[in-house]
Write a protein that binds this ligand. Structure first.
Ligand code: ZN
Ligand code: ZN
Length: 185
């Protein structure tokens, strides 16, 4: 393991602990303006709102349900993968599209379960999409099951969640879809 990976791993686990503790989280949020400056906090919040609005609009267009959950209530496979890519980005250790979106000047960005550590701007959505029907496209991001197709009752349910300015794409098999918070069934 390289020093970077170790640093990312430690930061992810610390952030994961923080997000699970209401009191620590409230303190950390209250400390943000003093640590980062009001302008930076405002820009981060605006980018997060914009990402969420884009997600809601996409859900509307697709007729999909959009919900909300605490990060700590998301299943571990998703939470840790989201935080890993997010932390790499904030530490300047992510792979980015050629437009090099910068976490210090946050704008809505895209990431995907199947491209860990990659951050793309909305113009570079092709970097985070998979060829339709490819093996990766048919693989559940939660359990690794390679689905045989919806015609066999074994399809992939695509989903997206926002974490701050980052929209994280993923796909899960029918079995795992039932374990996601906010799932309608
Ligand atoms: Zn780009
Ligand atoms: Zn699965």
């Amino acid at each position: 393991m390289t020093t970077t990976d170790a640093l990312v791993g430690r930061t992810v686990l610390a952030l994961d602990d923080l997000l699970a503790d209401d009191e620590l989280l409230a303190d950390a949020l209250a400390d943000r303006p003093a640590l980062l400056g009001t302008a930076a906090v405002d820009q981060a919040d605006a980018a997060a709102r914009e990402a969420r609005e884009l997600l809601d609009r996409a859900a509307d267009l697709l007729g999909a349900a959009a919900g909300q959950c605490r990060t700590s209530d998301a299943p571990g496979w998703a939470r840790l993968a989201i935080l890993d890519t997010f932390v790499r980005w904030t530490l300047g250790r992510a792979t980015t599209c050629l437009h090099a979106p910068d976490a210090r000047r946050p704008r809505p960005v895209l990431a995907a379960a199947w491209k860990p550590g990659l951050i793309a701007c909305p113009s570079c959505v092709h970097l985070v999409t998979l060829p339709h029907g490819s093996r990766a496209d048919r693989t559940c991001d939660a359990c690794g099951h390679v689905t045989t197709g919806p015609e066999h009752g074994d399809g992939i349910r695509p989903g997206a969640v926002t974490y701050g300015p980052m929209t994280w794409l993923h796909g899960v098999c029918e079995r795992c879809a039932h374990e996601l918070p906010g799932d309608a069934q």
